[in-house]
Design a protein around this ligand. Structure first.
Ligand SMILES: O=C(O)c1cc(=O)[nH]c(=O)n1[C@@H]1O[C@H](COP(=O)(O)O)[C@@H](O)[C@H]1O
Length: 272
């Protein structure tokens, strides 16, 4: 899906919500554990209930990898289900990959070709030749970690390198990489006020903003500093939506949570 198509979906659905599928066998309703593929059953129920309130889904790959072969099968079933039932929804593989060039190319093939995700999250630490293999894929986005939502973001990302904080240097440098038009960036909702400066460097790019909900970030603040006339935001919430209830009507409750966020987003879009 292109950025323009994603923007069209955002205006059509009045939502820039991304639902995070961080599916954990220890947190899903226990009655699902007797199903053949509890992870897929849970994801399917969440997707069927929430799809009208969001524009994207982001499975966090760690939750699937932790289950070995079974986890990869559940992931594949989930992405196939999204492609067949809801092809207008944007998909993010939250894998935070990045390695020497030929290895990155294999990661890119895994997520873009084999699984068919629209985008993948990538760590910038290994630099240009570790990211460019992802950027070669047309109509696919590489979502580069810029300023993350966690406390550890202050360990390295905000260190001064010359005149700039490291995360700003990452963003500025990445703009010169081959096919940089395929870049999006991660900026944590917990650091919303930094978005004002970030928007001066990248006024147009889409930002994936995790950290509202369970991590305490504020949607209002994110919009105040980060929204553009084309929106340019995908705001993720995982646990606050998918684990809102562990009873038999968990999907319904998740949908209500997603709808409440979507309503807030619709109000923000009204202001544009
Ligand atoms: O790349 C990410 O999505 C990500 C980056 C970041 O800075 N912070 C962050 O929380 N995430 C991911 O976003 C999701 C947040 O989940 P909740 O805190 O449950 O909404 C998790 O899958 C995290 O791995």
């Amino acid at each position: 899906m292109t950025s323009q198509e994603l923007t069209e979906q955002i205006f059509k659905k009045k939502s820039f919500l991304c639902v995070g599928l961080d599916t954990d066998l220890e947190r899903i309703p226990t009655y699902l554990l007797s199903e053949k593929d509890p992870v897929f059953s849970f994801n399917k129920a969440i997707i069927d209930a929430t799809h009208e309130y969001c524009v994207a889904y982001k499975p966090n790959i760690a939750f699937y990898e932790a289950l070995g072969v079974d986890g990869w099968k559940s992931l594949k079933k989930t992405i196939n289900y999204l492609h067949s039932e809801y092809p207008d929804l944007y998909t993010i593989a939250d894998a935070k990959r990045g390695d020497i060039g030929n290895t990155s190319r294999m990661y890119a093939k895994a997520f873009f070709e084999d699984l068919g995700f629209d985008s993948v999250t990538v760590a910038p630490y290994m630099g240009k030749d570790s990211v460019e293999p992802f950027l070669e894929f047309t109509n696919k986005h590489t979502i580069l970690l810029a300023l993350t939502s966690n406390e550890g973001a202050f360990d390295f990302q905000t260190l001064k390198t010359g005149d700039d904080d490291l995360y700003k240097k990452v963003i500025k440098t990445s703009k010169d990489w081959q096919n940089s038009e395929n870049l999006m960036y991660v900026v944590g909702a917990t650091k919303a006020e930094y978005l004002a400066d970030i928007r001066k460097i990248i006024p147009e790019n889409f930002l994936l903003v995790p950290g509202v909900g369970a991590q305490g970030g504020s949607l209002e603040e994110v919009c105040k500093y980060g929204i553009t006339k084309n929106v340019g935001l995908l705001v993720n919430s995982s646990r606050k939506i998918i684990y809102a209830s562990d009873s038999s009507n968990f999907a319904e409750i998740a949908a209500a949570k997603a709808e409440a966020i979507q309503n807030q987003m619709a109000q923000e879009l009204e202001k544009l």
